[in-house]
Design a protein. Structure first.
Lengths: 113, 117
């Protein structure tokens, strides 16, 4: 069974903290994505990666960075967390090529206080 | 720029009614893919269907059907004889293949469907 696993389901962090959200997939997918989901705004792409050490900015990369040192793992980093980064974060992966559907993790609900 | 619009924020129907979820997209690409995903209350998005830009055939899968019309840039989703288990948020998405072979994936804002028993 295909699997995308996010390290935490719920996370509470303080303003100014450096936050790491981890995502692992076991399907040998080339593409990995990070989205944030907010009410009324749908899913907005933060960053995606199509290969190890390769990354591309999405629609809302400001305040975030990513790391992909191994094919199966894609990390989202909040350099200095702020309250406006309180959100649901979704990781996804897919085979390379536009026709391939993405598989999603269960999401991490991050609260920054 | 790519854009996906789901104008219906929330829809409520009574069980066994038919319901259509609208999706309109914008792209300058001639080759692209469209998707529908379902997000049940548990939160994990589930893939429902894919359609490529060269295939305008409608598709039916059980109670689900999809109508892709390139002329109006629409990819609408109809649920026939709705059931309570269909209650979820439904997302339409557009994939943009890139020169690198990777693909971006843009989502609409979603439509929350509530089926009332």
């Amino acid at each position: 069974d295909v699997k995308v696993t996010q390290s935490s389901r719920y996370l509470v962090k303080r303003t100014g903290e450096k936050v790491f959200l981890e995502c692992v997939q076991d399907m040998d997918h080339e593409n990995m994505f990070w989205y944030r989901q907010d009410p009324g705004l749908g899913l907005r792409l933060i960053y995606f990666s199509y290969d190890v050490k390769m990354k591309e900015k999405g629609d809302i990369p400001e305040g975030y960075s990513v790391s992909r040192e191994k094919k199966e793992r894609f990390s989202l980093i909040l350099e200095s967390a702020s309250t406006n980064q309180t959100s649901m974060y979704l990781c996804a992966s897919s085979l390379i090529g536009g026709r391939n559907e993405a598989f999603f993790g269960q999401g991490t609900r991050l609260t920054v206080v | 720029a790519q854009k996906v619009t789901q104008a219906q924020t929330e829809i409520s129907v009574v069980e066994k009614e038919d319901v259509t979820l609208d999706c309109v997209y914008e792209t300058r690409d001639t080759t692209y893919y469209l998707f529908w995903y379902k997000q049940p209350p548990s939160g994990e998005l589930v893939f429902l269907i894919r359609r490529n830009s060269f295939d305008e055939q409608n598709e039916i899968s059980g109670r689900y059907s999809w109508n892709f019309q390139k002329s109006t840039s629409s990819f609408n989703f109809t649920i026939t004889a709705s059931q309570v288990v269909d209650s979820a948020v439904y997302f339409c998405a557009l994939s943009e293949p890139l020169e690198t072979g990777a693909n971006n994936l843009f989502f609409g804002t979603g439509t929350r469907l509530t089926v009332i028993p």
